[in-house]
Ligand binder design. Structure first.
Ligand code: CUA
Length: 330
């Protein structure tokens, strides 16, 4: 019996260690926005109360196991009145649920309150990527949302296909993107950093690879980003990239992707105006390096099967040129 108990304890400890060591994963217990602080506060209260109940009940079981039944002596002690059941089974659980209920109502009322002078951003859920635009600034990008720290943000959420769900655990709760319904997520980042977001509603074959990044920057850095992105990219600055631009416009690429300031104006795939400066590719599926970019162009289906981009066969010199061109777009 004791050996089994020790084994159980060791397993629980190991699980706790694994949970603590996966720092890479975004966690709601690491809040970086006003909304996320409210949510994590509620989470800690729930966790604390649940742990207390678990420890008390578990402790009673362990005491009972180790004590065992008394040999001889008087008849074993039994609870003759209902005090134990009324207090332990009704009053204490009711009090706990009441506290949790009050906290949840209070927290929900405080989430997503409109504030003055928000920055408007629109996000549309696509077939496994996210179209991101700043309507007041005329900027369009994909899978990467830049926001300033400290300023209220309003993100309008829509979908042109099935239901997706926009979730950045460190910045707030999930909000669904529902075809035909315009939902709004409001938040205010309290710390700068790059936070991973993901789709939290099963939406098809590549649901698990429908990720994105939110880059929260100090106001001044964000303003620089904004100004730089308002201007169309300043044409290729070397011969290889110029050749790449020509090939890009000749091949099917330009029918599906937009690059501002050029004839490429497709809207099926992500806007590539700033693809050279993005942190990742394929909705945060692969790193944005020349090798991965080449692989994606030639056969994105082997990386993310079912996405809408067909394989684009190209000679290696053409591919090199196209990659050089895309790399120059910042
Ligand atoms: Cu989009 Cu799951």
């Amino acid at each position: 019996m004791r050996r089994r108990l020790w084994f159980g304890l060791v397993v629980v400890l190991l699980l706790a260690l694994v949970a603590c060591s996966t720092k890479q994963s975004p966690a709601i217990t690491d809040p970086k926005s006003t909304e996320a602080h409210t949510i994590s506060g509620t989470w800690w209260l729930m966790c604390g109360l649940a742990s207390a109940v678990y420890l008390v009940v578990g402790g009673l079981i362990v005491v009972a196991l180790f004590r065992g039944r008394r040999k001889g002596g008087p008849t074993p002690f039994r609870i003759r009145d209902n005090t134990f059941i009324v207090v332990g089974g009704l009053i204490i659980p009711a009090a706990i649920l009441l506290v949790l209920g009050a906290q949840v109502v209070h927290a929900s009322n405080n989430l997503r309150q409109p504030e003055k002078n928000p920055l408007h951003i629109e996000v549309v859920g696509k077939r496994w990527w996210w179209a991101v635009s700043y309507p007041d600034q005329g900027i369009t990008t994909a899978n990467e949302v830049h926001i300033p720290v400290g300023r209220p943000i309003e993100i309008g959420l829509d979908s042109d296909n099935v239901i997706h769900s926009f979730w950045v655990p460190q910045l707030g709760g999930k909000v669904d993107l529902i075809p035909g319904q315009h939902n709004i997520w409001r938040l205010k980042a309290t710390k700068s950093g790059t936070f991973r977001g993901e789709c939290a509603e099963f939406c098809g074959l590549q649901h698990a690879r429908m990720n994105f990044l939110v880059v929260a920057q100090p106001a001044a850095t964000f303003d620089q980003w904004l100004v730089r992105h308002q201007l169309p990219p300043s044409g290729p600055d070397n011969q290889l990239a110029a050749t790449g631009q020509m090939i890009f416009m000749r091949e099917p690429c330009s029918g599906c992707h937009t690059i501002r300031g050029t004839t490429a104006d497709g809207t099926i795939g992500p806007d590539l105006t700033d693809v050279g400066s993005r942190l990742a590719l394929g909705a945060n599926t692969i790193p944005n390096t020349d090798g991965y970019l080449s692989g994606w162009i030639v056969d994105s289906q082997s990386i993310k099967p079912g996405n809408l981009m067909p394989p684009i066969p190209m000679s290696s010199s053409d591919l090199q040129a196209v990659v050089a061109y895309l790399r120059s777009l910042k």
